[in-house]
Ligand binder design. Structure first.
Ligand code: HEM
Length: 201
């Protein structure tokens, strides 16, 4: 199998598996605004967990150099593509919600930051093929993927926060778990960065 074929299988596979899981849940629980919101939350949180693994893959390998961390780093591209597939299913659910829920119209204009995040994600996906990596060149590729990763990381983290510190009670246990994972991911990246700087001095 070529690496291009593997990319498409992982991307489409992630869309199909996530959509099938959501469709099964909606068929069993009934399709309503509430159940679609549950499916939206679950798909996005799953995508976020995969994104966090991508975010820490290199620093973990820098720090521990075990077989497991080497395997994570080797498969980082596939994990990133799986993330893009899962989050594309989130977009599918948003469109589905706009079709079945009254008073919910989805327009790109009203969701500019979200639309920009999806554009960034799509660009990162499209530049994950050997030919497009080559076309972009290593420097531009690294810039796009580094900035894109941070943009998505910040965007996802923001979705887990309450409107203000006075509204901490708005957070579900799952939000706290996600925020704890965010904090762990940041500590891992910072520790690896500081260790690398100390080495290069
Ligand atoms: C394109 C526009 C988008 C729309 C209209 C949209 C819509 C939604 C809706 C309706 C929910 C459920 C909220 C609830 O249960 O009250 C949701 C959840 C979520 N969305 Fe999106 N979304 C969009 C783009 C994005 C993007 C770009 C990201 C990531 C950068 C994202 C990440 C999330 C996350 C993480 C959750 C779960 C929040 C939680 O854990 O409480 N969404 N989204």
């Amino acid at each position: 199998m070529t690496s291009n074929q593997r990319n498409w299988i992982v991307f489409l596979g992630a869309i199909v598996v996530t959509s099938l899981a959501a469709a099964t849940y909606l068929a069993l629980a009934g399709s309503s605004n509430e159940t679609i919101l549950v499916a939206l939350r679950c798909s996005a949180r799953l995508a976020f967990v995969v994104l966090l693994v991508v975010f820490v893959a290199r620093p973990l390998q820098q720090m521990f150099r075990t077989q497991f961390t080497a395997m994570l780093l080797r498969n980082r591209r596939m994990l990133g593509i799986a993330f893009a597939g899962i989050h594309t299913a989130h977009l599918g659910l948003i469109i589905y919600r706009s079709r079945v829920v009254e008073n919910f119209d989805f327009t790109v204009g009203a969701n500019l930051p979200g639309a920009f995040s999806y554009t960034v994600m799509l660009l990162m996906f499209l530049t994950s093929f050997n030919a497009t990596v080559k076309m972009l060149g290593p420097k531009r590729w690294r810039t796009l993927h580094k900035l894109g990763l941070y943009w998505l990381f910040i965007g996802f983290t923001q979705t887990q926060l309450p409107e203000s510190l006075d509204h901490l009670d708005q957070l579900e246990p799952a939000n706290w778990v996600m925020l704890a994972l965010v904090a762990i991911a940041l500590v891992i990246r910072l520790t690896a960065y500081l260790a690398q700087r100390r080495q290069s001095v």
